[in-house]
Design a protein around this ligand. Sequence first.
Ligand SMILES: [Mg+2]
Length: 240
Amino acid sequence: MAGATPAVAARRRVRGVVFDMDGTLTVPVIDFQYMRQRVGVGPTGDILDIISSWPAEEQQRAHQAILEIEEQALRDMQAMPGLLELCSHLDDSGIPRGLITRNVLRSVHYFHEHHLPVPPFLPAISRECEFPYKPSPAALLHICNTWGIAPEECIMVGDSAKDDVVCGNRAGAVTVLLDTEGRYTDASQLTGECKPTFAVSSLTEFLGLLRNQFELLPPVGQQQREQQQEQEQQEQQQAA
Ligand SMILES: [Mg+2]
């Protein structure tokens, strides 16, 4: 899906990359179908939305069941192959990397502590944070704002079309679907807001995509951006 390598001048600028965690930075171990069965949610609809519509006692039971599955997933956690090389390339290029997960902060800490021998993903936004969870673009827009970059200068990478790709598309970011298990061979699943800009089958393929299709530029400071815009306006006025 990556296509031919464009000339450097034609490459799209990227100043930040935001990742999903489970199934993206880590090997998929959570069986979401089992999670739905265990909690008592049918096959369709957002599991967290459905639970939040239930009476308090039922919500507590459902969240406890989810936590138990996530605890087991912590014990089974493995870093996704290619993760370290990808992080090192981004760090060497001065490109910030963040994380947005529907999982809890404890899992994020565990991942950082046990599976990431390089600096943590920052910001790392989890289920407890004040933002509505993915597919809402709110957390992604917040990260872009924190970095002082436009959403279109950001790539959102994740293994879920309905959560990660929709979140990225709603924010106006470049979207990359990571499909390590061949879950999306049926292209009809990827239409409308679920359609990613690119699809890759590994983090190594994503690294190749970054190298070949994008120009990686560190974020420009907010002040420098404003000065740049002012200068461009003055130049436009002089040219008029
Ligand atoms: Mg995921």
